[in-house]
Write a protein that binds this ligand. Structure first.
Ligand SMILES: [Zn+2]
Length: 428
């Protein structure tokens, strides 16, 4: 297949992708942004929309026991191990339209382009619309996120199905999955929706959620690895509510000052890691006093907070977890409070497959697409495939204004370049 013919076919198929993205925006966004809630009606809308588009392209479709969608273009040798491409169709609350959806739609555009070319690929290509990648934004409690891909891979245990609690409804993930019409028992039993032997690898196109490609003026990235995470989902600091005027410092158990000190000390640890050229990010994304009990004139007796540590190196995460516990003990003793951190939820870092990365660079060069090798700070379904033993790779597409906000901005011309790269890779 000639590179020029492929480019033309992708460009001709792009309007379908743009139209799907526009429909998603119209139907799942309001003024505050896009909210395709994990296992909720708007995530379902996205799955229905994509499935219909796949049927219009005459692709084979199926839905697994966890609600993941598979859209397959048959290859000339159906027994040859096929490619899986795709991404997630849910979003964070008040997020952007391209996070996740761009990758599923790029996959579909790739298949539409191959159809237009009358090109039958050597092996099956399956585009996956994945559930629940953004579960961490909708479900508190104890779970390790990326629930849809992990369910498909047989890696989502019963403890997480019962331990993840929807922040709005207060009901468990298991209940939400059952309500959405899927099979909780099959997931808990560790059934696999994908037969490992039937697939050659997993490749995901995704918008870049950091500023690197934008700042470097390069349209496409090839991901080298994905940061792992260690997270506290519902940590607390317990002190004592007392009168803010009457009680001297030495008799206070001030939960706010103790929590603030913990955050400050960990920020200094982060600085030390950066100075040593290590890889780490540290975020306390939620931190609050109890609105029923707090008051301007009370020493705060309790805080609740979250913690999100991410690194490309498991050792750095382990080190920071140990430091967090040691600091919580020391500050707790000194400030007369008690930290209840709970268990860290750990998702190990994932390295992307070296030969797939090299293959992507070759294809980019052949197509004349400027591509930069870079790590992914954000988590993606690709890491779960890597953990399950699949060779995995990722294509990033330049995106302005960051992500997990309504201002994500993806230039259709960049998406077309990323999709050309994906299509050529999948077809070769
Ligand atoms: Zn995403």
């Amino acid at each position: 297949m000639k590179a020029n013919a492929l480019k033309k076919a992708v460009d001709a198929a792009m309007p379908l992708g743009i139209e799907l993205l526009e429909t998603l925006r119209t139907e799942t966004a309001d003024r505050a942004g896009v909210s395709r809630e994990t296992y909720g009606p708007k995530e379902q809308f996205a799955h229905d929309l994509l499935r219909k588009a796949a049927e219009n392209l005459d692709l084979e479709t199926r839905i697994d026991f966890a609600g993941n969608l598979y859209m397959t273009l048959a290859g000339s040798d159906r027994s040859a191990p096929g490619w899986i491409t795709g991404s997630h169709l849910d979003s964070v609350p008040m997020g952007g339209n391209f996070d996740g959806a761009a990758g599923v739609i790029a996959g579909l555009v790739a298949l539409a382009a191959l159809r237009k070319l009358g090109h039958s690929p050597a092996r099956d290509i399956t585009v996956m619309g994945i559930r629940a990648e953004e579960a961490s934004s909708w479900f508190a409690g104890s779970h390790n996120g990326h629930l849809g891909s992990r369910a498909a891979l047989g890696m989502l245990p019963r403890s997480e199905l019962d331990g993840a609690i929807n922040s709005r409804s207060g009901r468990t993930l298991a209940q939400h999955i059952a309500d959405a019409g899927f099979d909780v028992d099959a997931i808990a039993a560790g059934r696999q929706a994908l037969d490992r032997d039937r697939y050659r690898g997993y490749i995901e196109l995704h918008i870049e959620q950091g500023p690197v490609l934008e700042n470097r003026a390069i349209p496409v990235g090839i991901v080298t690895g994905i940061r792992g995470s260690a997270r506290l989902r519902s940590a607390r600091c317990i002190g004592e509510y007392t009168h803010s005027g009457a009680v001297p410092h030495e008799y206070r158990s001030d939960a706010v000052l103790a929590t603030a000190e913990l955050c400050y000390q960990l920020d200094r640890e982060w600085e030390a890691v950066r100075k040593a050229n290590g890889d780490l990010v540290f975020t306390v994304g939620k931190l609050y006093t109890d609105s029923k009990a707090h008051a301007l004139t009370k020493v705060p007796g309790e805080t609740a907070f979250t913690m999100d540590l991410r690194s490309q190196h498991l050792g750095t995460l382990e080190d920071m977890m140990a430091k967090t516990r040691a600091l919580a003990d020391e500050i707790g003793r000194r400030r007369r409070v008690r930290f209840e951190l709970g268990e860290f939820n750990i998702s190990p870092p994932a390295i992307m497959d070296a030969s797939l990365q090299a293959q992507l660079s070759d294809v980019a060069r052949e197509l004349g697409i400027d591509a930069l090798a870079l790590p992914s700070g954000a988590g993606h379904d690709a890491q779960d495939f890597a953990h399950a033993g699949y060779p995995a790779a990722m294509i990033f597409v330049r995106n302005a204004h960051g992500s997990h906000n309504p201002h994500e901005a993806l230039d259709p011309a960049d998406l077309a370049l990323g999709t050309q790269l994906l299509t050529r890779f999948l077809a070769s």
